[in-house]
Structure formats: C-alpha cells, structure tokens
Design a protein around this ligand. Structure first.
Ligand SMILES: Nc1ncnc2c1ncn2[C@@H]1O[C@H](COP(=O)(O)OP(=O)(O)OP(=O)(O)O)[C@@H](O)[C@H]1O
Ligand SMILES: [Mg+2]
Length: 273
C-alpha cells in the first residue's frame, strides 16, 4: 500500500464472514471530526489490531462496536443485526456476546476482585453463588491471579488490575473481545502473558478479537490483520508483514516510532540539526 492516505475499500479483504461491520460511520464531538465515513468489517475468528496516534479515534471505534457510542450517521452491524438503532434493552442480549477490556481498567473500587469478575455473570445470568465462584476462580487462574479474590483494586498493581479487567471481560465466554490497550503499562513479560492469552482465546474458543494497541511487539505477535486509523479514516489494512514493508509515510513513522519534522518543530536541541 503506498501513496497518500485514502479511504480503502475494505469490503474486498479476505473471505471470513464479517461478524462486526461499520458502514459509512461518521462521528464528531462538537467541531472535532473523529470518524469520517468509516467502513470496516471485522471477520469471525480473526484478531484485528487497530493502530493509530493518540486521539485518532481508536477507543471511539471500539465504543461504536458495542454501541456505547452512536454514530452521527452510518450503520453498525453485529452478527447481521443492525445495532446502532437498538435501545439499551434490545442490546442486552448482544452485549452478553462481547467482552470489553477498557483502556483504564474500569474496575469498581468498592468491589473485591471476585465481585468485579463476577459482575457480568450476576448481571446476565441466574447462576448459583458456588457456580459463579468456580467460574471466577477459573478466569482468575487464566490471567495468573487465582487467590486474589478478596483483594480490593486499590491493593493491586496496575498490571494486576489490567488482568482483573481481562478476567472480567472473559467471564461470560464471549465470542467477541475488544481489548483497549491491553499491554500498556505492563512490563515486557506481563505483556507477553497477555499476548499469549489473546492468542489462546482465539485458537481454543475461536474468539474474534479487536485489539487497540501502541505496542508493536503485540501487533507482530497477535495480529492476523492490522488496520491504521489516521485523520478519521482507515489508511492501512493488511497483515503485520505488510505493515513492516509498507511505504506509506504515516505507517512507516508509526512502525519505526519516528516523529515527523513538523511534530518536532520547536523541540530540537540547540546546535543539533
Ligand atoms: N465522549 C466524548 N466526548 C467528547 N470528545 C470525545 C469523547 N470521546 C472521545 N472524544 C475525543 O475524540 C478523540 C478520539 O478519542 P479516542 O479516545 O478514540 O482516541 P484514541 O485513538 O483512543 O487515543 P489514545 O491512544 O490516546 O487512547 C479525542 O480527541 C477525544 O478527546
Ligand atoms: Mg484510546
């Protein structure tokens, strides 16, 4: 992919069935245009990684997928059903199929770890206390935290909180998991544990994943597909390998972690070119 950023025809990619689709989605907050006629299909069983600068609209995309935000215009589909026009009540059965790992963890501070992980189960099912406790222990074991059930979020490290958020996201065995920066703030070993977990969930449960990340090691490791959001549009769509060899300037800067000259204006050291 080369040349100037242009809206891509993402409809022609791959042959997996789309499970989530954004059609001509536009969104602005006041005067700030965040998404401009965005089209994107997320295919079943695939891990799609969304990259893009801070403020590009990556979290806004995830929130449209679960209808926490509604588009100003355009349509959002999940498993063939149009969801952007659904009421919260109509969305309940669909939201059960999603796991969402929020960027900030979003744990309930007054709840214990166990209560946090149990929250979606209590909300959506009528399972017994002992059955819930068993699932909570299982999910905590998956993220390496079994035994911390009675702790409060404030007693945990940032990385542990993130993993509690992940245990909660997978509590109901969702078909689709949205991860908003799952490895940000974690050390490389913990990041790798999360990456392995994302891969394991996809392989063993055929989960469809959409992962927002700035972590290039994660992109390379977990991504079947990488898409890049820039100035309200997707300007890249390909495999991690395609990303490495892309000659698109914006993609290259991101992959190489290099700032553009205009972004460096005024902060160059005196005497340096
Ligand atoms: N509810 C909202 N109300 C007003 N502005 C919003 C809202 N949500 C997001 N924005 C704005 O939309 C833009 C995109 O936000 P978003 O959170 O999607 O960025 P991002 O790509 O996830 O960035 P980061 O990598 O820093 O998390 C930002 O300028 C943000 O301030
Ligand atoms: Mg974000």
């Amino acid at each position: 992919m080369s040349g100037e950023p242009a809206q891509l025809d993402t409809t022609a990619q791959g042959d997996g069935a789309p499970i989530v689709e954004l059609r001509d989605v536009s969104k602005q907050f006041g005067k700030l245009v965040v998404l401009r006629d965005v089209n994107m299909k997320f295919r079943k069983g695939e891990t799609t990684v969304i990259i893009g600068a801070s403020g590009a609209g990556k979290s806004v995309i995830l929130k449209h997928i679960v209808s926490l935000l509604k588009p100003d215009s355009g349509e959002v589909y999940c498993a063939g059903e149009r969801i952007d026009t659904m009421t919260d009540r109509e969305l309940v059965h669909l939201r059960k199929r999603f796991g969402f790992l929020f960027q900030m963890g979003a744990l309930f501070d007054s709840f214990t770890v166990a209560e946090n992980v149990a929250f979606p189960i209590v909300e959506h099912t009528r399972r017994s206390k002992s059955n819930i406790a068993k699932t909570v222990a299982e999910k905590l074991a998956m993220v390496g935290l079994d035994g911390l059930q009675e702790k409060k979020p404030a007693q945990l490290s940032g990385g542990q909180r993130k993993r509690v958020g992940l245990a909660r996201a997978i509590a109901l065995d969702p078909e689709i998991i949205l991860y908003d920066e799952p490895t940000t703030g974690l050390d490389p070993i913990r990041s790798d544990v999360i990456n392995e977990l994302i891969i394991k969930l996809q392989r063993e449960l055929n989960v469809t994943s959409v992962v927002v990340t700035h972590d290039m090691a994660s992109v390379r490791k977990i991504g079947d597909r990488v898409v890049m959001l820039h100035e309200g549009e997707f300007i890249f769509d390909g495999t991690p390998k395609d990303m490495e060899t892309s000659d698109n300037k914006t993609v290259r800067q991101f992959v190489e972690g290099r700032a553009a000259d205009e972004q460096l204006a005024g902060i160059r050291l005196k005497g340096k070119p």
